[in-house]
Design a binder for this molecule. Structure first.
Ligand SMILES: C[S@@+](CC[C@H](N)C(=O)[O-])C[C@H]1O[C@@H](n2cnc3c(N)ncnc32)[C@H](O)[C@@H]1O
Length: 216
């Protein structure tokens, strides 16, 4: 299997406009219309969710391998894996009873969950697309207009990435939102990896970075 390459960026540190953009997003509401398919998927899920069960979100779950693993780690919670890729979700393993997968766009899902006043126990962002080009800053989740909705869902947030700059910026954007961020490098054995991307990056010898914060 080929090694995967580390993302490279023209940025040599956090983006110079990070603070300005994050603060603007924290002070405004994002009004882009919601996609119909995300609304329908959220409505189906919401009909079966009760707020007396703890909710864990696996945001950008890909093939759902991490969703299955997280359901074993959090047996008292319902673990919801969300991804927009039908082809990735089609490769899901058999899930434990306390896990489910939803095809939706996260930029809609986070806003719908917030509007429905959901609160999460935990939220995982495992190896999100890095968008390493400086001009794509606003596509990274912490600089995206949906950032306040993601934060508003509360609970314990965990990001994992092999792109150190993403981890640094994510932590900085959390601090801008008055949350304390804990950044660490992970040292995992192959049998401890949670996702296919994590396994691939570990095999390729990449550093794996974890950022954690308590949102509420
Ligand atoms: C790099 S992959 C990581 C997948 C998995 N978490 C892993 O570590 O193996 C990023 C995932 O995020 C999903 N994704 C990216 N943007 C999304 C969006 N706006 N809404 C839903 N899923 C999205 C992609 O479809 C893809 O499966």
């Amino acid at each position: 299997m080929r090694d995967s390459r580390l993302p490279t960026s023209s940025q040599d540190g956090t983006h110079p406009r990070l603070a300005e953009i994050v603060k603007r997003h924290l002070g405004t509401r994002w009004h882009q219309p919601l996609r119909g398919h995300s609304q329908a998927a959220f409505a189906r899920l919401a009909a079966s969710v009760t707020m007396d069960q703890g909710l864990v979100l696996d945001a950008g779950c890909g093939t759902g391998r991490s969703t299955a693993a997280l359901a074993q780690i959090h047996p008292d919670c319902l673990v919801i894996g969300v991804d927009r890729s039908a082809s990735r979700l089609a490769r899901a393993p058999i899930l434990p009873a306390n896990a489910c997968l939803v095809r939706a766009d996260l930029t809609d899902f986070w806003r719908l969950a917030r509007a429905a006043r959901w609160t999460l126990e935990r939220q995982y962002l495992l190896y999100p697309n890095p968008w390493p080009k400086a001009r794509h800053l606003r596509r990274r989740w912490h600089a995206h207009p949906v950032w306040p909705d993601l934060l508003g869902l509360g609970g314990q947030l965990e990001l994992r990435t092999n792109f150190e700059l993403y981890a640094e910026e994510f932590a900085a954007a959390l601090e801008l939102a008055d949350r304390v961020a804990d950044v660490q490098m992970l040292s995992l054995r192959p049998d401890q990896t949670l996702t296919p991307f994590e396994a691939k990056y570990l095999r390729s010898g990449h550093g794996l970075f974890q950022v954690r914060a308590i949102l509420s």
